[in-house]
Design a protein around this ligand. Structure first.
Ligand code: NAP
Length: 530
């Protein structure tokens, strides 16, 4: 079939992009691999999954009607609530009729002769489009650990991002969790409630901080709704579109007592304040970072009874906030439970998965269920999994071998008429806020192309070089660039992803928008248009 625009993915960005293109009367089609809408929230159904941004700051802001109709039940909504919300959005705006489910895109090749993209789906069907929009997510290519014997295990096992749709119970079961990132932490604190035995296999502990979730009562609900305009305006002003933004003070500008009191206040507050709303220098100044790391380490020692265990849970190879901070609810207290065991796999490495469980260098652990919370081939991984080829036949995967090169995180030189939503080098932060901006920017670009009867839009080499250099300079100045994580492009389970790269834009969201707005208001003169 032929379309004006094809969007890959029916998650938060794909849904909004479809809504916007439809308003313009553009014939758009969404291809979605899953059987329903929701993207991240469709796939990640693991126990305890929820987001760490305040629910009301996470919803779409484009429709006053939607804002008025939807009541968030919790300050930090669990996955089922968010999935219900996204289904509600799809129904309300009648989006499903242009979404084709069970449709994984396997190839997307640009044809210079037609100035169009030809796509193939997994079922072999072919489609063509004038404009290709990737809405494939930055954490959507799950990775299993490269451990011998994974396929030999005879019990149940599952990656958290491929969780079954049917209910799973853990009563009476011996459960293993491999991985202690944001996903592992949420899974562990939930599974520990019911499993007969829970064994956590930890390679690197993360700095976690309390989420302080709670139900939203009727009075809060009224206040939230009345306050939406101010709240969304604030999200536009903050560094990463969260409700929290760095404190203008530096860590050592205040007295030790004031510093401690400020850290205490942040630790007692809801959400990302301790990470995103801390002193302005904690992520760039080594001593400042040591101060907050020391504070959180003390909290861990207070919360975990066994001090040898507490030491294992305190990160020693990176400072607070230099990796994504998992927010938790009684995570550290889990380690005080009699049914919970921690295996530090640096001390006793996993040798193999067996039919009965997991064999480490010193023991054989028998399990009924192994949960792989082992993360994703992040940011570029979802692009690598599609055979995307540009004007000269070059594969995007090959073009990005040494790290992504983009223009504003949206366009790629050599890949005309393709726009990326939440691709590498774009401002991420509070994702729906960033999504709305990016979708609006791409929609305006498509309008411009249509109104000027253009058929080809491409980033220039100079534009890409300048943006990529800018993003690299920003990223390399952060302490987080000294640390291995998905944020620096590291995944030990993927060939070729062992070198740190700057894959994320780490400047402020307002600065990002200012740059993108300037490009648009200048008539896209920085692009190659034909
Ligand atoms: P992750 O942060 O990459 O964590 C993966 C975990 O698996 C790490 O602990 C890693 O250890 C471990 N691991 C990987 N391969 C292993 C192996 N071969 N052997 C042993 N351990 C292994 O992935 P994630 O937890 O899924 O989170 C990814 C991102 O998704 C988060 O940072 C966040 O941005 C997002 N997320 C958000 C929420 C939320 O909003 N609340 C919830 C979940 C996820 P190493 O650290 O040693 O590599």
């Amino acid at each position: 079939m032929d379309y004006d625009a094809i969007i890959i993915g029916a998650g938060i960005s794909g849904l909004y992009q479809l809504y916007r293109l439809r308003q313009l009367g553009i014939r758009a089609r969404v291809f979605e691999a899953g059987t329903g809408v929701g993207g991240t929230w469709y796939w990640n159904r693991y126990p305890g999954a929820r987001f760490d941004s305040e629910s009301y700051s996470y919803g779409y802001s484009f429709s006053q009607e939607l804002l008025a109709e939807w009541d968030w039940a919790e300050h930090f909504a669990p996955q089922p609530e968010t999935l219900r919300y996204l289904n509600y959005v799809a129904d309300k705006f009648d989006l499903r009729r242009d979404i084709q489910f069970r449709s994984r895109v396997t190839t997307a090749h640009y044809r210079e002769e037609t100035r169009r993209w030809d796509l193939t789906l997994e079922d072999g069907s072919r489609h063509s489009t004038g404009f290709l929009i990737t809405a494939i997510g930055l954490l959507s290519a799950p990775t299993m650990p490269r451990i011998e014997g994974v396929e030999t295990f005879q019990g149940q096992s599952c990656h958290t991002a491929r969780w079954p749709h049917e209910p799973v119970t853990f009563e009476g079961k011996r459960v293993a969790v491999i991985g202690t990132g944001a996903t592992g932490v949420q899974t562990i604190q939930e599974v520990a409630k019911t499993a007969a035995q829970l064994t956590i296999f930890q390679r690197t502990p993360n700095w976690c901080a309390p989420l302080h979730n709670g139900k939203i009562d009727a009075a809060e609900q009224r206040q939230i709704k009345a306050n939406y305009p101010e709240m969304f305006a604030r999200c536009q002003e903050t560094f990463a579109c969260f409700l929290h933004t760095p404190d203008p003070r530096a860590t050592f500008e205040v007295t030790p007592e004031e510093r401690e009191a400020f850290f205490e206040k942040l630790y007692a507050e809801k959400g990302f304040g301790i990470w995103q709303g801390n002193f302005r220098d904690i992520l760039v100044d080594r001593q400042a970072n040591a101060a907050i790391s020391d504070f959180v380490a003390r909290k861990i020692r207070q919360r975990v009874k066994d001090q040898a265990m507490a030491e294992k849970l305190i990160p020693k190879n990176h400072g607070f906030g230099t990796r994504r901070v998992p927010l938790e609810t009684k995570y550290y207290e889990v380690y005080n439970q009699a049914n919970v065991k921690l295996v530090d796999i640096n001390e006793t490495p996993i040798e193999r998965i067996t039919a009965a469980g997991i064999k480490t260098s010193d023991a054989e652990h028998a399990f009924d269920f192994i949960i792989y919370a082992t993360g994703f081939d992040a940011i570029t991984g979802s692009f690598d999994r599609i055979d995307i080829r540009g004007a000269d036949g070059l594969k995007l995967k090959d073009k990005w071998l040494g790290g992504p090169q983009t223009y504003l995180g949206v366009l790629v030189e050599g890949f005309p008429n393709m726009a990326m939503l939440m691709g590498p080098h774009t401002a991420l932060g509070n994702i729906p806020r960033s999504v709305e901006y990016s979708v609006d920017w791409v929609t305006d670009l498509i309008c411009h192309v249509r109104d000027h009867k253009l058929t080809r839009v491409e980033a220039t080499q100079a534009g890409v070089a300048s943006w990529t250099d800018h993003v690299k300079a920003l990223g390399e100045s952060l302490l987080s660039f000294e640390v291995n994580s998905w944020m620096t492009g590291i995944n030990t389970n993927v060939e070729g992803k062992q070198t740190r790269i700057v894959a994320r834009y780490s400047g402020s969201a307002p600065a990002y928008r200012e740059r993108c707005d300037a490009v648009a208001s200048n008539g896209y003169a920085e692009l190659a248009l034909a």
